[in-house]
Design a protein around this ligand. Structure first.
Ligand code: KIV
Ligand code: ZN
Length: 389
């Protein structure tokens, strides 16, 4: 493992696809998997093979179609799940089984109705079985976010002994605060014997809007893999958004790590996933939302026109967006109006702009946004009124 490398584990096709109404057929999964390979992710979780014949087929086809990333299949700590997953992954160049079991007292007593000892026993059995069938095994301690740290450390120790090389520490319910999640990862780094034989992985859900913050804090405390989805889609409020964590790692000099992801492909893969799944991206979504590079208030527009860096920390081209947008509304100022008119070829004097601006405000108060065709109309009208020469 390279010291400065963060591995990106994409679960758009598994956790992301669990969203109601977002089910994908095999062809769609293969198309997205190919795009993920081009994006440069390290691991693609292609599905949960035992869940349906369709998902089994999808994992088979993704394994055949994709060569560079590791292909991963999810299982419970159940023999049949693991055997079926191994069968589905047989064409993968590098296959990984992702198996696990609940480790919080909530899951152990209320969902599994068993004991801590039994959970460890079942985990060991599952990891050993998987290890005999594929090259790599990742173990997930479901609801690790609410699991007692001392017990979680014991679970991790046993899973490493059984053969797991990646330990996923999911905040399944999205309950942790960043410092709490970071402290959990640090505790495991310091208290699990042989932790250097495995890597810790973050898998954070967004129920309290903290998935990205928790994943990054996990990395700062020792995790080296982040599990995430395109557009942050996933169960309930979603998973960690891939584009957000990758851009944070890329932009922040105080996070001394790298990923292999080609960020210039963000916009196109975001559209692909959104269109294929029929899942709209909220306009104000960081990085890939339609407003992520749109400036509409006068003060901001004036600042961006003078120097983009006044209000933008990301160059739109870095994430595949053509350019920042200066959106004209009734809150826009003269600088923005002049800028947009110039883009349309209308070069006006200061005096003229002042007069046109008055007419513009009347128009803008009526509309949500003044677009190019309305600007042409505005100019024609001003010409008729002899406001412009
Ligand atoms: O959120 C979770 O705990 C999961 C596991 C199955 C990895 O998705
Ligand atoms: Zn999950």
């Amino acid at each position: 493992m390279k010291d400065d490398r963060i591995y990106i584990f994409d679960t758009t096709l598994r956790d992301g696809e669990q969203v109601p109404g977002c089910k994908l057929n095999t062809e769609q999964k293969v198309t997205i998997a190919r795009a993920l390979e081009e994006l440069g992710v390290d691991v693609i979780e292609a599905g949960f093979p035992v869940s349906s014949p369709g998902d089994f087929k999808s994992v088979v086809e993704v394994s055949k179609a994709v060569k560079e990333p590791i292909i991963c299949g999810l299982t419970r700590a159940v023999d049949n799940d693991i055997e079926v997953a191994a069968e589905a992954l047989k064409f993968a160049k590098r296959a990984r089984i992702h198996t696990g079991i609940g480790t919080s007292d909530q899951h152990i007593f209320s969902k599994l109705k068993t004991t801590r000892e039994d959970v460890i026993k079942r985990g060991i059995h599952a990891v050993k079985l998987a290890r005999n069938l594929v090259g790599e095994v990742e173990f997930y301690a479901e609801d690790a976010g609410r699991t007692d740290n001392e017990f979680l450390a014991k679970v991790c120790e046993e899973m490493i002994k059984a053969g797991a090389t990646v330990l996923n520490i999911p905040d399944t319910t999205g309950y942790c605060l960043p410092e709490e999640y970071g402290a959990k990862i640090e505790y495991l780094m310091n208290n699990v014997p042989n932790i250097d034989k495995a890597i810790l992985s973050t898998h954070c859900h967004n129920d309290l809007g903290l998935a990205t913050a928790n994943s990054i804090t996990g990395v700062k405390h020792g995790a080296r893999q982040i599990e995430c989805t395109i557009n942050g889609i996933g169960e309930r409020a979603g998973n960690t958004s891939l584009e957000e964590v990758v851009m944070i790692i890329k932009k922040r000099n105080d996070i001394p790590y790298k990923t292999r992801v080609i960020t210039e492909k963000f916009q196109s893969i975001s559209h692909l996933v959104s269109d294929t799944m029929g899942m709209l991206v909220q306009p104000n979504k960081a990085i890939v939302g339609s407003n992520a590079f749109a400036h509409s208030s006068g003060i901001h527009q004036d600042g961006v026109i003078k120097d983009r860096l006044n209000y933008e920390i990301i160059d739109p081209a870095e994430v595949g967006v053509n350019r920042s947008e200066i959106v004209l509304t009734a809150r826009s100022g003269r600088a923005a109006l002049r800028f947009r008119l110039e883009q349309l070829g209308y070069l006006l004097e200061v005096e003229e702009i002042n007069k046109v601006y008055k007419e513009f405000l009347i128009m803008a108060d009526e509309a949500l946004e003044v677009r190019d065709n309305e600007l042409h109309e505005l100019y024609k009208m001003c010409k008729k009124k002899e406001i412009v020469g």
